[in-house]
Design a protein around this ligand. Structure first.
Ligand SMILES: [Zn+2]
Length: 174
């Protein structure tokens, strides 16, 4: 019954190409925050109103909401799709995304209109918040990015990331 979907994963890319995608995901003015908390793409929008990032070097296109999900929440299990709570295909707010099967997605569409309000979340970047530290700790556990790379993503020094990794700061956040 389950339809097989294959999408490339952020985590299967060589590190320079992975950083290329992450930089595009975090680039300024990529999205605007709408009244209901969507992070709505202003560019890179293609078929079906989904955002896409093309990696010419790899010869593949990555769906922006999937990149966002994988970056902020972790690898998408094989064959699963990323659904929008907010029903807005242009939205890349990780808090509005969840993984499921095509079957789940159809169920969700059938339920539409019951008003599951999306959660808003704006990522401030100047100073780390507790939720960012949780993300950083997850990235550290996955060992896909160097301290320097993670530092660049969150606009903090490499040493800041290293201190988190060594448990010298933020050890209360688990
Ligand atoms: Zn949304």
């Amino acid at each position: 019954m389950m339809v097989k979907v294959t999408h490339p994963s952020l985590y299967d890319l060589p590190s320079d190409q992975r950083m290329n995608l992450v930089n595009r995901l975090l680039s300024p003015n990529l999205f605007v925050v709408t009244q209901n908390g969507c992070h709505e793409l202003q560019k890179c929008v293609g078929k079906g109103n989904y955002g896409r990032f093309e990696l010419a070097k790899v010869g593949r296109t990555y769906l922006a909401h999937r990149v966002s999900y994988e970056f902020f929440k972790g690898r998408i299990p094989n064959g699963l799709i990323v659904m929008h709570y907010c029903d807005n295909p242009k939205c890349i707010n990780p808090n509005n995304l969840s993984v499921g099967t095509i079957f789940d997605n159809n169920q969700d569409k059938a339920k539409k209109g019951r008003g599951n309000a999306p959660l808003g979340c704006k990522h401030g970047r100047s100073k780390l918040t507790e939720s960012q530290v949780l993300e950083i700790k997850r990235l550290l556990r996955e060992k896909s990015f160097s301290y320097g790379e993670i530092g660049k993503m969150y606009k903090v020094a490499k040493g800041t990331i290293q201190r988190i990794a060594e448990g010298r700061t933020w050890s209360h956040v688990q």
